[in-house]
Design a protein around this ligand. Sequence first.
Ligand code: HEM
Length: 516
Amino acid sequence: MLPASVGRTSACRMASMAQQILHRHVGTMVTSEHLEDAKPYDEIPGPKGVPFFGSLFDYTGLGPYKLDKLHEATVDRFRNFGPIFKETLAGVTHVHIIDPTDVRELFRNEGRSPKRTPIDAMVKYRRTRKRHIGMANTEGEEWQRLRKPVQHLLMKPQSVYAYIPIMEECADDFVTLMKETQDIESQEVPEFNHKMQRWTLESVCAIVFDTRMGCLNTGLDNNPEALDMIVSVSNFFDSLKDLTFSFPFWKFGITTKAWTKFTEAQDYFFGMSKKYATIALDRMKSAVGTSTQSESEGTFLECLLARRDFDIDSLCDLMNDLMIAAVETTASTLAFNLYCLAKNPEVQERVFQEINQAIPPGTKITAQSLQNLPYLKACIKETVRVFPTVDGTNRIPSREIALAGYRIPPDTIVRIHCIAGLMEEYFPSPEKFKPERWLRGDAECENIDPYLILPFGYGSRMCTGRRMAEQDLYIMLIKIVQNFKIEWHHEEDMELIFRLTNVPDRPAQFRFVSRT
Ligand code: HEM
């Protein structure tokens, strides 16, 4: 189930890397306090490359790697160069780290307003529309201002529990859609990848837009708004990929087909956000005096609208950012989870038994019942280890620090990888799908370094949607496992490919055998 390159390196290179890792854990730990002992930045190893382009050609047909198998290339780079390497691609240099000691050190030095690289195409689009570049792309005090209210509404467990009923409603509708569209003979659900995206879109909009869009209705033709939203989301991701992986004409103001698609999709999102924000605002105005209007009571949208420090356009951009960040990541994570359950029937059976006990058929999901699903949660963790939907994040330290024994000057882009779980140098028997290792009390669990696998990033700038995504996944998996036995009846395994995030490399055509 693991990518082919894992475990392919020579024994000699692996032994040397294992030695380095061991030395770094038990030997003198180089931290920023040890800056004076650290080697110069220029000595950080890495591929040589050519002027300006760097090692870009390694990822084209001319080189050893494939861009859509970026995680394999990165594993190989770490094996060749050790736990830190430096690489230039098209004029931009990144330092890459993987060792938890270095990851901890970097986050320890990230300061109150951690800096991360923005998505340039989104910044350009927002600037052409004379709007704010958005929380995920901004930094400093402005980032803090935008993040604070969202943090409160999306990261506090109590706030996220309040979304359980609406998430359950969406998950029930998704199962109904599956049943209505399932092919009787093959028991597959046609276009299942696309349907999973419709589910995440419906669920995130139900919370952020405060409305049920109807993306899970069978007869979408009668719902042009939902249809346009689905098409716009898909156009947005396709065009963002085109803009990222081809020559950036858009940076020079040249309009291409991809740029037009990209801007039209976002104009559509903005229009929709404005429509639903206005509806909520009108509702709040007409309710003045009859209900509480506060920053902590009401729906997600009402709480944000009640704040005086948010103008309506910034709020709409924030709604779009949340929707964009949620759709593909959560849908791919669901696909990989279903795949792991299908490939490991005994694990699936244990999940089924646990769900049956915690949430007997016919009962509603509650915050309390979600506490009683340790094995399901361990399964999700194990799936994310094997299939990291987001392969990492980055930070740009504002002062000089030392990582892996090298000096890192301020403003260097340091990429933190989330693929250590695929490497035997860091993770025991990585080829085994073993949720048990994440169960509290398990000897292996106690030894997993908390900085080894950070699928949602870390610190004050970690994923704002983490709790929401996890809760949505628990609920969706509960519903699917309650209703179906999931089977993978194809000869070939599912793998991940890089498309900005890591997504399944093939249609997620499972066989769903009804349990009723
Ligand atoms: C399985 C699903 C998801 C994964 C794996 C994921 C992963 C990530 C990661 C790795 C980051 C970077 C964090 C860092 O730099 O430390 C991030 C940022 C972010 N995510 Fe997620 N995410 C997921 C779902 C969601 C959802 C559902 C939402 C919204 C409802 C969301 C909203 C955001 C936002 C707004 C940021 C930028 C935060 C900031 O810059 O302050 N994500 N996500």
